[in-house]
Design a protein around this ligand. Sequence first.
Ligand code: HEC
Length: 166
Amino acid sequence: MTPFRLLMYLALTFTFVVAACEDSSSSSLDGEPDQGLTPPNPEEIQKIDEELALISRGIQLHKSMACVACHSLDGKKLSGGTYVNMYGTNVELEDGTIVERDEEYLRRSILLPSIDVVKGYPDAMPRYDDKLDNQDLDALIALIKSVSEVEDDAEEESTTEEEGTP
Ligand code: HEC
């Protein structure tokens, strides 16, 4: 056998072995669970589902409440700032104070924008305290978070706190 043929032969055998393995693992679906795969955690899946539903509601509100006219989701600066990295970062206000844009701040800035006016922008955003309920706010904030790179510390901690709690 020439080295080339030997290689071809090995490659073919390998393909058959892989195919055979795939067969046996797929047939194990109706028998025992496949040991190579960790079964997805239903709680995790539900959490992600809820998160996605919230964000998708946020996108709807972003359009129906006209936020889209002044705020972008892709970094573009319109008459208001972009949502990109709006959560978790610091911003300077008109009076020179620097505040961290946490959830509390975002809520206030959406409901009553005139309380903290961002430096360099006009106090031109309409107030939404009479147009949005708490769930709407959660959805819009989830949307802003989804395009911000900063990790949500509170969530991070809650997933790792098991070790620390007595
Ligand atoms: C007519 C334009 C306009 C509309 C509509 C508008 N905004 Fe604004 N928004 C602004 C401007 C201008 C600012 C900056 C001045 C200020 O802080 O009030 C701002 C500021 C903000 C801030 C604080 C930004 C920061 O960088 O700290 C948030 C959060 C925000 N808007 C969210 C929203 C959401 C959510 C909606 C829709 C429910 C919305 N805005 C609708 C113009 C608008």
